[in-house]
Design a protein around this ligand. Structure first.
Ligand SMILES: [Zn+2]
Length: 263
């Protein structure tokens, strides 16, 4: 029999075979929290922190209107599984001994509510994401990696100060629509995923995509990938499975470097 499997079919098959299955909700919760703590350590390692700004959330697998998030004011570089706090739909911390960032609640509660498919959402004031956001433009398909966002990200074209109001969180969720990411003008990036792995990966690669476009446009006039090729490439690098799988080597690296994150 001839082997006719394409690269992306192989990637989907390989990745799907590794998709985690859980016997209990406790196991699934633990898994999500480990990914979440690893996501924070990676954000810290890549310098995505800016003072106390930034948050990644993971929906609880049992209480679907609750999410796990970082304690307000704790360095991304120090967060362990046991430091994560659980917040309910009213913004109360129902597990853990720390406060929740009001902006994290305002934005993430509305995104999780508007998008039942979303397990995780990530936002921070990473340098290239916020620099790009000030241009008030969507990203162009300049590289293979950028195609993950082709016709799959939105611009929240408004800035009125720190997001503390649920109504503003709602408007951000509305701008996001059914996309994987949004550029919050004059603020930074927001990404979502069907797994923590995916949301964190989209954030990391979107930040680098912003950097790549800033570099390319500073140096000259970049050549755009054609709409047909960009659309095709987005099916290869922009799927939920591709996002999930792309996070694997980063997770393995950070757990080996900083095993205390699992405590
Ligand atoms: Zn912010």
């Amino acid at each position: 029999m001839a082997i006719t499997e394409t690269d992306d079919q192989m990637m989907t098959r390989v990745a799907t075979s590794y998709l985690p299955k859980f016997e209990t909700v406790e196991e699934e919760r633990r898994h999500r929290k480990e990914r979440l703590a690893a996501g924070f350590r990676l954000f810290g390692k890549f310098g995505f922190d800016e003072g106390v700004a930034g948050h990644i959330t993971a929906r609880d697998p049992e209480h679907l209107d609750h999410f796990w998030v970082n304690p307000f004011g704790m360095s991304f570089k120090h967060i362990r599984v046991s430091d994560l706090i659980l917040v309910n739909r009213d913004g109360d911390v129902v597990e853990g001994n720390a406060a929740v960032n009001a902006a994290a609640f305002a934005i993430h509660s509305q995104v999780h509510e508007a998008r039942p498919d979303v397990i995780a959402a990530a936002h921070s004031h990473s340098l290239h994401g916020k620099a790009w956001s000030s241009l008030g433009r969507l990203l162009d398909p300049l590289t293979q990696d950028a195609c993950a966002f082709y016709e799959d990200h939105a611009l929240f074209d408004d800035f009125t100060g720190v997001v503390l109001d649920l109504e503003e969180g709602k408007r951000i969720a509305h701008a996001l629509g059914d996309h994987k990411a949004a550029i919050l003008r004059n603020h930074g990036l927001l990404t979502v995923g069907h797994s923590v792995d995916e949301a964190v990966w989209w954030f990391i690669t979107m930040e680098r995509t912003c950097q790549a476009q800033l570099l390319a446009e500073a140096a000259g006039t970049p050549v755009h990938i054609s709409p047909e090729s960009a659309r095709h490439t987005s099916t290869q690098v922009g799927s939920h499975v591709a996002g999930w799988f792309s996070f694997s080597p980063l997770y393995a690296t950070i757990v080996r470097e900083q095993p205390d994150l699992l405590e």
